[in-house]
Design a binder for this molecule. Structure first.
Ligand code: FMN
Length: 188
């Protein structure tokens, strides 16, 4: 799939087919996540692949999002901020979050490329850590249920706000590129 197509096709899908994806595909998507830019190229993220029904039920409970357990796999993205804190001190927390965002978007684009579906789940109770035997120094960042989209599922990405009015040149709120053609177009 072309990059533009993957960017346009990526959507939050919450209804999954019972057809199980190959675990190799899940690992491919994690490899894509692992290629994301990272502060100082530090290896900050850890991933747990879950296919155990009992654990999936617990995740649905701790997220209060029942749809998560209908996916054949759930990937839990965790962070170990230790090295980031050592190198970047007060900036570490922000840097880790930025890295998570970059990695998760890579993951979601690869999932789209593989004709699979997922949804970024950021709302969960931290008590989930205990359930998954995650040590205190490791944080859960994002929960990613993964499967094939259900046959009757709308797989269209939600409409996005236009960048018009939010795109500035040289200083905030300056919507014109001085000395060049006017860029104030309604279709951007
Ligand atoms: C930080 C973050 C947290 C999110 N948390 C949840 C969540 O807990 N549950 C959920 O169903 N969707 C969650 N989403 C998905 C958004 O609702 C979704 O991306 C948004 O509605 C736009 O739809 P689209 O992904 O199809 O473009 C989250 C997205 C982000 C970026």
């Amino acid at each position: 799939m072309k990059l533009d197509q993957a960017i346009e096709k990526r959507a939050s899908i919450k209804k999954f087919s019972p057809k199980e994806p190959k675990i190799e595909n899940i690992i491919e998507a994690i490899e894509a996540a692992n290629r994301a830019p990272s502060p100082g190229n530090l290896s900050i993220l850890r991933y747990i692949i879950i296919d155990d029904e009992e654990t999936k039920n617990k995740i649905a409970e701790y997220t209060r999002q029942e749809f998560t357990k209908t996916a054949p796999f759930i990937v839990i993205v965790c962070s170990d901020p230790k090295d980031a804190i050592r190198f970047y001190d007060t900036r570490a927390e922000t840097y880790v979050k930025h890295h998570v965002g970059a990695a998760v978007e890579n993951f979601l684009l690869k999932i789209t490329d593989l004709k699979l579906a997922s949804c970024w789940v950021g709302a969960f109770s931290d008590t989930l850590k205990k359930e998954l035997k995650i040590p205190d120094n490791i944080n859960i960042e994002v929960i990613l249920p993964v499967g094939y989209p259900a046959a009757n599922q709308e797989t269209k990405q939600k409409n996005k706000a236009k960048i018009y009015g939010k795109l500035f040149y040289n200083s905030f709120r300056n919507t014109f590129k001085t000395g060049r053609e006017m860029v104030r177009r309604d279709d951007i």
